[in-house]
Design a protein around this ligand. Sequence first.
Ligand SMILES: [Zn+2]
Length: 495
Amino acid sequence: MRRLLVALAATALTLAGTAVAAQAAPAPGGPGVGDSYFPDYGNSGYDVSHYDIRLRYTPATDRLTGTTTILATATQDLSRFNLDFVLDVSSVLVNNRPATFARQGDHELVVTPARPVSDDGAMTIVVQYSGVPSSKVAANFTAWIRTPDGAMAIGEPEIAWWWYPSNDHPTDKATFDVSVSVPTGVEAVSNGVMPRPPVRETLGYTRWSWRSLKPQATYLTFMTIGQYDVTTDTTASGQPVYNAYSQLLSQELREAAQSSVERTAEITDWETTVFGPYPFEARGGVVAPPGTLCCALENQTRPNYASSFFTRGANTSVIVHENAHQWFGDSVSVADWRHIWLNEGFASYAEWLWSERNGEGTAQEIFDYLYATYPAGASIWTTAPADPGVAELFGDAVYDRGAMTLHQLRLAVGDDDFFAILRTWAAEHRYGNATTEQFTALAEKISGQDLDALFQAWLYTPAKPVVATTLARTAPAAPKSWARISHTHDLLHRR
Ligand SMILES: [Zn+2]
């Protein structure tokens, strides 16, 4: 009898195996999306639509506890999948059933659901966790920034790993709810709008809630916690403005920062006249305590700025730059980190346009000055902006040569077509991802010109392009805006 049962069971297993094989067995998702520079960033096998991040943070101990709920859809029959995360996980539920989980490498959390998820099936993933983010090292560093009175989760491309589990690549955008409970009297700022004012909880904590209504990349989602003074306003078009200034700024720095950041609505309104409609639901800026943040980051709806941008007084260039990223970088995001000049070249060129608009030097004058003054052999000439490599991801070729490329395009196609190209680019890829090849194709389509030689020389060749019109000129004077733009870029490149 026993023997017969075993035989029957074996037959059943064989049949089941055959049936499953015919439908293709559920397979593991991959540990990366296949980015050419960061192959294990993000994951494959599913697509996230929403993150609900609910946290408690205590500045005195840097202790973060939280629950993140992820709404996702499987893009294959999925036996297991990865999240990118470094804090200590206590439980994972997938569709309300406990899942097993294990660490792999320095930032992968491998989750095996109790039951496979079928292709196109909905997944609700609930991850509970805690930890001291400043103690976690991954990719050989700690992106989380602890400050004298709080912390900042701000970084590119790595930051999400230190505060919420995610599919950490710009190709998987999602909407976000970020809610964090902090000791009463401490401010907690994030992206988007506040669906409700801060709410007092028990034991001296207050919960701050933020919501991003438009698709947002994981690295552009931020959290800044500390003692901040807040200003609020509403733009002429009715959008909320929320700015925050660290209380640790000296009066001088505070005044210079405020003279810059308070102009965000004016500057973004000007940018809409150049790039088309503002893509998001809110505006603002946050200025960090001195000596904490190295640079600035174009966090969606609300960039964060190091105080060092304002040591020489007001600096509108950095406001123009980070907010130009709302169109180029945040709304139209890279499909692969290799295409980073589509973010930085465009945001840098916005600074040139702002200079031109304010009579502080035309884009042509800035181009001529850069072309003449960058020495032969400098990385700007030896690096191809369209494929800078990880080491030059935030280098001069990406920023300045990227902007110079756009200026050469403008000269080749004329102002009407050039600005039509920028606006069409922002509109056609709004809330999506794009590549350099898509941009050059669009430029050729709108202008009706063959621009292959121009883009080959400026984007793809690691050598100084020849420009006939400036060859006769020697050492042009620095445009009035250049000291401010170069100060801004020196700080931006230090990322
Ligand atoms: Zn930038």
